[in-house]
Ligand binder design. Structure first.
Ligand SMILES: Nc1ncnc2c1ncn2[C@@H]1O[C@H](COP(=O)(O)OP(=O)(O)O)[C@@H](O)[C@H]1O
Ligand SMILES: [Mg+2]
Length: 311
């Protein structure tokens, strides 16, 4: 009969209608995801296209054969285009194999100096490594110079072993275990269930602050670059581990430049050269003994650090 439909046919019709409607509602979802992906791609491409004058990679390797040195010449910097100067007219030289500590109160601009060395932000003035302006290096070339432990460690999702191996993809598990033993970081192997094969989770959420620092330090040391940058790398570690790392770094002293941002009186006392930063300006430079003799600001700062340690 015309205009009538059986129950079965109606159900079949509804069922089939779903097949027609679904692609359209699905399309809306796909469209949303596509838009998100496109904007993510745009951000990635913006970084990749970031202007840097290209020079060839082998040149960077050749540079390693030279004795390494860093020169920072009249560098000024602001995070907000000149409104507030974070670094003001910074000039310093770091010579071959020198072990240097940058000290100063919180917010004086210590971490920012490292970020500029690493080419994270544009600045006025000039930074040279081995007489070459770092602004004329590609990121790849510039990064070849540095083993960096940042103040806030970043771990990738993957195992502890993989996270350390990012420092040197050629390193074997045995080499990494030996390094950890030398650093007396055995707890990374022994105390974690599964040893080095344990998943750290995005950002290292499954680990303690001290364990994250140890992984970052091991990664940097495994990388074995000509310049070490350690930004308060041992702040979450106990006294013994700190001493151990200090010893390891001092052992490297004759092979590379080491720059540390440190708050530890016993660390500072042992370095070759100290740069005292105050509100973005270099207040004094010299050895611990020189500074103790000539600079009241440093004397107070050192007393503060030393007092902090006995607590
Ligand atoms: N990404 C940023 N954007 C804006 N201001 C920043 C940023 N990072 C640091 N600063 C500011 O720059 C100053 C110096 O910071 P920083 O170099 O981290 O000091 P330090 O390492 O000596 O504690 C501080 O006043 C800080 O608030
Ligand atoms: Mg800092």
């Amino acid at each position: 009969m015309i205009g009538e439909i059986t129950v079965g046919a109606l159900l079949a019709f509804i069922q089939l209608l779903n097949h027609v409607v679904w692609p359209f509602s699905g399309l809306a979802q796909v469209w949303g995801t596509t838009q998100e992906s496109l904007s993510a791609c745009e951000r990635i491409f913006r970084v990749l296209k970031e202007k840097r004058q290209f020079t060839s990679f082998p040149e960077a390797l050749a540079a390693f054969q030279e004795s390494n040195h860093i020169s920072v010449d009249k560098v000024s910097f602001s995070y907000d285009e000149g409104n507030r100067k974070i670094l003001n007219d910074i000039s310093l030289e770091v010579k071959e194999n020198q072990f240097v500590a940058i000290v100063g109160h919180n917010g004086s601009g210590k971490s920012t100096i490292f970020k500029l060395l690493l080419g994270f932000f544009p600045y006025s003035g000039m930074i040279k490594i081995n007489n070459k302006n770092t602004n004329e290096m590609t990121y790849g070339e510039l990064m070849q110079y540095f083993s960096f432990v940042s103040q806030d460690q970043y771990l990738f999702s993957g195992t502890v072993l993989e996270n350390i191996r990012y420092g040197n993809l050629q390193a074997t598990e045995t080499e990494i275990k030996t390094l950890l033993k030398n650093l007396k970081f055995d707890d990374l192997i022994n105390h974690l269930p599964n040893g080095l094969a344990i998943e750290v989770g995005e950002g290292g959420s499954g680990l303690s602050g001290g364990q994250r620092q140890k992984i970052s330090i091991a990664r940097a040391i495994l990388r074995d670059a000509p310049i070490f940058l350690f930004d308060e790398a041992t702040s979450a570690l106990d006294y013994q581990s700190e001493e151990q790392i200090q010893e390891v770094l001092l052992n490297f002293k004759n092979e590379r430049i080491t720059l540390v941002i440190a708050h530890k009186a016993s660390t500072i006392k042992q370095v070759d050269y100290i740069i005292v930063l105050d509100k973005g300006e270099i207040r004094a430079k010299g050895s611990h003994n020189e500074l103790m003799n000539k600079d009241a600001y440093y004397r107070d700062l050192y007393k503060e650090y030393a007092a902090g340690e006995t607590v």
